[in-house]
Design a protein around this ligand. Structure first.
Ligand code: ATP
Length: 442
């Protein structure tokens, strides 16, 4: 498969089968904003649930939080975003296109034939200018006198400003963490690659508060845990790697940073960042708010400002990673079969129930089985068309199991279970289906 066509095929499958639609499509679309359809919302939710389980439910030392998107504007002054959350931009006065100064070499000039910006004789590029990525809006009834507030560009700050609330209410002790999943907004200049870089997206972030001096050890520990999480998600380990940030790449807040990168059809790109933020955020909020944010260590009878190790992943970007990693096409009996080979536990539909034909009591038995297993798993009932076509439709959306009620079912109460990847079939008792699925949906 040519590399570019893989993405084209994936985008078209996502639209055709209801994973992802372009936002406001009937009005021509809104740039780099996407909507999740019936299957996409299930897939993304399963990924978020997996993250939440690993980060919050399965641990004693991490608490959950759901902070508001809107925060006091001073939060963004103290965090450095008002002054520093900027990209250098270059405009072309001829074609009015805008490019990130650090990406001109990879960008395409809209003029034909296709060249990089600045390479046509008619290109008229400006000097780079700094452009803030935060979306602004106005709070209050009257626009003129209202105060400017920002749509948060990251979820982390909601955690810092609540850290003492969470610490005191949960009776945690350092080291401990706070995890949050929520929307973030960035007015990205060169968005693209489908849901890889969008202007509205969801982050899954965790801030781990540690004693100063323990930060490097925890940073290393979280690096290991996060890489393992991606591997357990079923991603091909050969397509995952580390990208350490060198001095010049480090964000204003970071002492050390590593990205986890995935090899997409369009190249290696970041899917999660692990950052040692030191006490940058807490000390800035302490200064700006005038409120003491120190931790009192009772055992040692000392006070200190904790250091923070952050793990920051994008739910949409990881959804794209899971889709790209799972997508394959293969030749089966002279036909091309498209498959999304998801890890069964993240598949949007876990099992399809299919009566072989719509007669001989098969629909009734199939409906009864469907109503039974849907109590536990997300299932789909399909009685339309040839059985082979129905299997292919389920392969294309990544359903790991297809359960078929056939002529034998009425006589011996058995069904076939067809496996998505091997296409092999098992024959099992109809009343063993729920247990069979439970054992395999991990
Ligand atoms: P990039 O270099 O790709 O712009 P970043 O270094 O600015 O990313 P962070 O601020 O570290 O990203 O954000 C953490 C995670 O949030 C990223 O690894 C990514 O998964 C996700 N993310 C960031 N920006 C976007 C976006 N515009 N669209 C979708 N996901 C995003």
């Amino acid at each position: 498969m040519a590399q570019t066509s893989v993405m084209d095929k994936l985008v078209s499958l996502c639209k055709r089968r209801g994973f992802v639609f372009q936002s406001s499509e009937i009005y021509g679309g809104l740039g780099s904003v996407w909507d999740y359809g019936p299957l996409g919302v299930e897939l993304k939710r399963n990924i978020k649930d997996r993250w939440w389980h690993a980060m919050v439910r399965a641990r004693d030392d991490i608490e959950g939080l759901d902070a508001a998107i809107l925060m006091h504007p001073k939060v963004w002054e103290a965090s450095g975003h008002v002054a520093g959350f900027t990209d250098p931009l270059i405009d072309c006065k001829t074609c009015k296109a805008r490019f990130r100064a650090d990406q001109v070499g990879d960008a395409a000039c809209p003029q034909k034939p296709s060249k990089h910006p600045g390479e046509h004789t008619t290109c008229a590029l400006t000097e780079p200018r700094m452009f803030n990525l935060m979306f602004k809006t106005v709070m209050g009834p009257v626009e003129e006198s209202g105060s400017v507030v920002y749509l948060r560009p990251e979820t982390a700050q909601g955690i810092y400003i609540n850290y003492l609330n969470v610490l005191q209410s949960s009776r945690q002790k350092i080291p401990f963490g706070i995890a949050q999943i929520g929307k973030a907004f960035r007015n990205e200049i060169t968005p693209g690659n489908f849901i890889f870089r969008t202007r509205e997206f969801e982050q899954m972030e965790m801030q781990f508060f540690v004693k100063p001096g323990d930060d490097t050890e925890w940073f290393e520990r979280w690096r290991g845990l996060r890489m393992a999480w991606h591997q357990e998600l079923g991603l091909n380990p050969d397509k995952l790697r580390w990208h350490p940030h060198v001095e010049s790449e480090l964000a204003h807040y970071a002492r050390a940073a590593y990205d986890i990168e995935y090899e997409f059809p369009f190249g290696w790109n970041e899917i999660e960042g692990i950052h040692n933020r030191g006490d940058f955020d807490l000390s800035n909020h302490q200064k700006a708010s005038g409120k003491k944010l120190e931790y009192f260590d009772q055992a040692a009878n000392t006070r200190y400002l904790p250091n923070v190790v952050e793990t920051s992943a994008g739910a949409d970007r990881i959804t794209l990673t899971v889709l790209a990693d799972a997508f394959r096409e293969e030749e089966v009996e002279g036909e091309t079969r498209a498959v999304l080979g998801f890890l069964p536990s993240v598949a949007p539909i876990k099992a399809a129930v299919l009566p072989l034909v719509n007669k001989d009591a098969m629909p009734e038995m199939a409906t009864e089985l469907f109503n039974d297993i849907r109590k536990k798993f997300s299932c789909f009932y399909d009685d339309g068309g040839a059985i082979g076509r129905r299997y292919r439709r389920m392969d294309e959306v990544g359903t790991p199991f297809c359960i078929t009620i056939d002529g034998q079912t009425a006589t011996d109460q058995t069904v076939t279970v067809r496996h998505r990847d091997s296409m092999a079939q098992d024959r099992i008792a109809i009343d063993a289906v729920t247990r069979y699925l439970s054992e395999r949906l991990v």
